[in-house]
Design a binder for this molecule. Structure first.
Ligand SMILES: C[S@@+](CC[C@H](N)C(=O)[O-])C[C@H]1O[C@@H](n2cnc3c(N)ncnc32)[C@H](O)[C@@H]1O
Length: 306
């Protein structure tokens, strides 16, 4: 059977805006912490042409296979691991970068591939792992977490107002094995009108827990700051308010007029896609881009100062 090629493709979000603000220059070294299908990477690397000092990271094996193919004639380093451990390793080996990008969340192939279990629009297993080598899958969270903890997860990571009702319904109906089963149960808590599909927040919450997404981000941000050369640009695209809040707070804490501020903001307010982009790529509708530049002279001893 032929796979629809579009199912395996991913349209990079806010690409023009990233390029306009980050302004890649020839020779810039680049760290892409969530390289995915390499859309942003390709554009930036075409401009910087510095493959040997650039690194592409992704925890998904299919992304890595695609990246290896896309950049097969280039001497660029690929790291098949989560960005937190990859960033720690890069710091330990004294690597530094002119541009760091994090385009967070899942890619279109994740959503389109039913067997990955990210989508409640089609019937898949409760998986939701970005890294297929990981042991914990969504099934474990849904079927093994006690009711109180499940409600907390739905409240904290899904901002689900009906967290207690949904947790109760889930526990009463276990075992739950498929995405459609779980999505149908969330509807029981929302018999009336709901602005988005009632499963949206539950799926977001479980996905965040399975992939440890918020801890990854909070712990990686200070490392990315260390990994930046002076004048280096850090660009982050988030897809929901929990992620954006973490980035906004970090940027605010590290910028300003204080003597010890390390960053200057290049985006006072987050940049969002224009209506043309959201019309053509619905995945872009919740995207927010924030970019900051590392102040000159605020680097570490072994950072390049050119
Ligand atoms: C939105 S996509 C990136 C798309 C990419 N910018 C492009 O143009 O193709 C996000 C990617 O980040 C990866 N990812 C998400 N969280 C990660 C993490 N903590 N560590 C490593 N990769 C991660 C996902 O596997 C996915 O491939």
């Amino acid at each position: 059977m032929h796979q629809n090629p579009h199912l395996n493709s991913h349209t990079p979000v806010l690409l023009k805006e990233v390029i306009d603000i980050v302004q890649p220059k020839k020779g810039d070294s680049y760290l892409d912490t969530t390289a995915g299908r390499g859309g942003h990477a390709q554009e930036i690397l075409n401009m910087s042409e510095n493959y040997p000092q650039s690194v592409l990271v992704d925890r998904d094996s299919e992304a890595i296979t695609n990246l290896a193919n896309k950049f097969k004639n280039k001497s660029i380093q690929l790291m098949h691991q989560d960005y937190l451990s990859a960033s720690r390793e890069l710091l330990e080996t004294d690597r530094r970068f002119d541009i760091i990008l994090a385009d967070l969340g899942v890619s279109s192939p994740h959503i389109n591939e039913v067997s990955r279990g990210f989508s409640f629009a089609s019937d898949g297993p409760l998986d939701m792992r970005m890294d297929q080598r990981q042991e914990t899958i969504a099934w474990d969270i849904v079927n093994k977490t006690d009711e109180g903890k499940l409600a907390n997860i739905l409240r904290e990571y899904g901002e689900e107002p009906k967290n207690r009702q949904i947790a109760k319904i889930i526990v009463r109906n276990r075992p739950i094995n498929t995405t459609i089963e779980l999505a149908a149960l969330t509807k029981q808590a929302w018999p009336g009108h709901s602005r988005s599909h009632p499963a949206t927040r539950t799926f977001q919450a479980i996905r965040i827990v399975v992939n440890n997404e918020l801890e990854q981000l909070s712990e990686a941000l200070p490392i990315w700051l260390e990994l930046l050369k002076p004048n280096g640009r850090l660009a982050i695209i988030t897809f929901h308010s929990l992620e954006d809040r973490i980035v906004k707070k970090f940027f605010a804490n590290e910028s300003g007029d204080r003597f010890d501020s390390k960053l200057s903001l290049l985006t006072k307010h987050p940049v969002v896609p224009d209506p043309h982009e959201t019309a053509h790529n619905p995945r872009a509708h919740s995207a927010k881009l924030r970019v900051a530049v590392k102040q000159k002279g605020k680097g570490n001893a072994n950072a390049y100062s050119g």
